[in-house]
Design a protein around this ligand. Sequence first.
Ligand code: HEC
Length: 393
Amino acid sequence: MGADILAWLNLGVRWLHVIAGIAWIGSSFYFMWLDARLKADETTPKGVQGDLWAVHGGGFYHKRKYLLAPPDLPEELHWFKWEAYTTWLSGSALLALIYYLGAQTYLIDASKMDLAPWQAIAIGLGFLAGGWILYDALCRSPLGQRLKLFGVVWFLILTAAAWALSHIFSNRGAFIHLGALIGTVMVANVFLVIIPNQKKIVAAMLAGETPDPALGKRGKMRSVHNNYMTLPVLFLMVSNHYPMVIDHPLNWLLVAGIGLSGVTIRHFFNRRNAGFSEPMILAGGVLIFLLVMMLALATRPKPADIAGVVPFTEVRAIVQKHCVACHSARPTNPGFATAPNGVAYDTPAEIRRYAPRIYERAVATDSMPLGNETGMTKLERDRLGAWIRAQAK
Ligand code: HEC
């Protein structure tokens, strides 16, 4: 397939992924809010958990949640599942298109593990499947009954997975897999627990029997887990835009911290919706983020100082050797039809113009060249950095 067509396929599938993902997360947030805001009083009929009134778009809405199920099943019942399934299917297609088809460029980092593409793909899929099997077993164990402790244990497991992945794959390959692992758990919750339990409840009612209340409770627990996992997943999905996080030597810890800030902020809103205003929780989420930032800045590797002047001819040769196969108006790397992100370094003027960004990706971090396919050395990075710093003066 031509690189042009692949790029459009990538865009089309990504567009679908964003559209479905927003619809899914929107409904997750909405139903968590709805549940927390339901009110019951002495006028609430038996078997009803609570009611809620809302205005939106110029109209009034009246919602009611039943403890188990309504006495009679309505003719039309709206289900919420295709948002989740479409998000996962399009996400899997993107993973295959970018990271598996382009495993050599995007997934494998030979300086960490010199894997063949099929090995890297097998390990990646193993993490996705393994994540779900472990999570589901934990939910079914006695630990599953203790929401807070479960949260701590699952968070530590995910942090361990972040550490392991970051030692196996390229940094972007590692964190996209962590995001995909959590996303897979969330969709499997919908597909394998929440929807089947809901179907059993409906089937029992149609048969004139009383459904088992445990079915609904189990589904609700998984749905709460999903709600807390949404923000970390969103961060992981955009994380490869931030080389100062994912290409940092402590990337796994920074990612865990940012994920934790997301969980904490979500918790603040969930508590607030339930009627408890606890601004300290929100402050905690922001504080965690700031601590991550301080840790990252304090421990980032510093480019070494170079004595003397680095001539431009040397800089040009380094860029030619390590960057121009991709970053050119006519890339010679078969994976690219045009310069990545429109950034080419064919001419001296282009190298000068993009110098600060080159610094960010190839000196301050080693996020470029992708997967360090060309084996750029630390000395080359330092010399490039010395030239760019001299330019900036
Ligand atoms: C194997 C192909 C490849 C090589 C070699 C490569 N890059 Fe890249 N580069 C990419 C791709 C793909 C992107 C877009 C993805 C991204 O933004 O992370 C990119 C993005 C960038 C960006 C961000 C552009 C922006 O939007 O600001 C910079 C800067 C960059 N590369 C610099 C370099 C430098 C410097 C080198 C050489 C030391 C290099 N790259 C080598 C593929 C490559």
